[in-house]
Design a protein around this ligand. Structure first.
Ligand code: SAM
Ligand code: SF4
Length: 483
């Protein structure tokens, strides 16, 4: 009997052209480093999936890779500089035939100028052009020296792909809206990520169902402003989409970030009250506690309007934990404005705050304002704010001592002999569990809080936590993860 090649029908080892071509073609490998926010992390998951589908293999170091990609962030100057440092560090490797690509916000912002500053870069691609990556990769493979994807900021299309490569098997991101049309005076996002565009609710729900079938139990909906979501099919508001995602069978937790105060409706709080799977958590960036500064920032709301939204959440039947972003030292912010930001911290009682010194960004309206606040004074305000918030968080966490909370197990800290859990309110709760041999990442268990710190809680597995809480519907993939 003669065996024929399944690819070409010829006798193998003698005349199969396809096999011999495959043997000659060097393996395509890539390394990717991601800077910045969750949007960038998830964009990279989609870029990785796209490359894998194109026949590339992901490797863990620049040394092993043929193609080196940096998915960049330009929200603040420091973030932007990181990529140029990396490109300088590995410049010599271009002589070995390695190709370099810059993706994301710095790529969109700096465009072809990157080729001048780092001539060893072959590809520059903004996030609005990721759909074109397969075709751009083919051009690079064919030896093209400079390939760009920079012209899609006006697109109505989102980057949807079935090839997303998620590394966490039980908690996953889903982008529901891309870009931003708000044009806050300090922010580069509308210039780097392009105009606001939403996915259809049907497509978001389809992806949720696929993830639930694959064993995911926690979904995090992503967008620069998720609550500015406009279903292109006109079927669902953001709150309705949120509720529908939370009702997909198998989904146990749903988070969403970031929400813009201007578009934050009461219906979002009502959805959280009505749908158990929606987490007790809202991230609502305020940026400043002074209405005057909010006006200069072009944030489209006042301190009072912001506080009204906080009041809706505080009146909810569930204990919603609230976090925010704050910028200190925005041009024109005086001591009185800063005091108002501090008093807002006291009034709201945030569970966490991400705070930043104002960083002037290219193309933004605030560049025209006189940035008269010395860097030393910005640093001082940042320290004062962070100290105040630390005390607030300590106090709030202390009140939770004695509570029994459900956590999703994220892993184990062997040095401390503790499991690492996350509560519905998005707080880290490290806990002991006796032997705890039956626990694994992705499980849900009940934990009694015994101690509180400003940034985390400590506890022990509740008496019934191991039996009742351990999720019985997780698939084997989630159960098998060992730390
Ligand atoms: N869309 C969200 C909103 O409107 O609140 C914010 C998204 S932005 C990517 C994340 C955070 O970065 C902002 O909330 C802001 O606090 C901070 N940020 C943006 N531009 C900044 C700048 N020029 N300087 C300092 N921080 C900045
Ligand atoms: Fe930037 Fe403002 Fe858009 Fe948020 S809403 S991404 S801060 S422009």
């Amino acid at each position: 009997m003669v065996f024929l090649c399944a690819l070409c029908g010829e006798k193998p080892l003698f005349s199969c052209a396809i096999l011999s071509l495959m043997a000659q073609t060097p393996e395509k490998t890539f390394y990717i480093e991601t800077f910045g926010c969750q949007m960038n992390v998830h964009d990279s998951e989609k870029v990785i999936g796209t490359l894998l589908a194109q026949g590339y293999r992901q490797v863990e170091s620049v040394q092993e890779a043929g193609l080196i990609l940096y998915n960049t962030c330009s929200i603040r100057d420091k973030a932007e500089q990181k990529v140029f440092h990396r490109l300088a560090d590995f410049k010599k490797m271009a002589e070995q035939g390695k190709k370099f690509g810059v993706l994301g916000c710095v790529a969109q912002q700096e465009g072809e100028k990157i080729f001048e500053r780092a001539p060893h870069v072959s590809m520059v691609c903004g996030s609005a052009s990721y759909r074109n990556l397969p075709e751009m990769l083919v051009r690079i493979e064919a030896g093209k020296q400079r390939v760009t994807g920079l012209d899609d900021r006006e697109t109505d299309e989102c980057f949807e792909t079935e090839f997303t490569s998620r590394s966490n098997p039980y908690r996953g991101y889903i982008t529901i809206i891309e870009g931003c049309d708000k044009f806050c005076a300090f922010c580069v996002v509308p210039y780097t990520r392009g105009k606001e565009r939403s996915r259809t609710s049907a497509s978001v729900l389809e992806e949720t169902r696929r993830m639930a079938d694959a064993g995911y139990t926690e979904i995090q909906l992503l967008g620069q402003n998720v609550n500015s979501y406009r279903d292109p099919s006109g079927r669902k508001s953001f709150a309705e989409l949120l509720a529908a995602v939370g009702e997909v069978a198998g989904i146990r937790r749903v988070r969403f970030t970031t929400s813009h105060p201007r578009d934050f409706g009461r219906d979002i709080v009502q959805a959280i009250e009505a749908v158990p799977a929606l987490c007790d958590q809202v991230h609502l960036p305020v940026q400043s506690g002074s209405t005057r500064v909010l006006g200069l920032m072009q944030r489209l709301y006042t301190r009072e309007q912001y506080l009204e939204r906080i009041a809706w959440m505080k009146a909810a039947r569930r204990p919603i934990s609230i976090s925010t972003d704050i910028i200190v030292g925005f041009p024109g912010e005086n001591q009185e404005d800063f005091q108002q930001t501090l008093s807002l911290l006291d009034e709201v009682g945030y569970d966490s705050v991400f705070s930043f010194k104002y960083s002037p960004r290219p193309n933004t309206p605030a560049l025209k304002f006189i940035d008269h606040i010395p860097d030393q004074e910005k640093s001082r305000r940042l320290t004062v704010l962070q100290e105040r918030q630390k005390q607030i968080q300590s106090g709030r966490n202390q009140k939770q001592v004695g509570e029994v909370l459900e956590v999703m197990v994220e892993g184990r800290n062997p040095a401390r002999a503790q499991w690492i859990g996350r509560t519905s309110q998005n707080k880290v709760l490290n806990f002991t569990a006796g032997g705890g041999d039956e626990l694994a990442a992705g499980n849900y268990v009940k934990v009694r809080v015994t101690q509180a710190f400003p940034n985390s809680l400590v506890g022990e597995l509740a008496a019934d936590g191991g039996q009742q809480g351990v999720s019985h519907f997780l698939n084997s993939q989630s159960q098998e993860i060992a730390f």
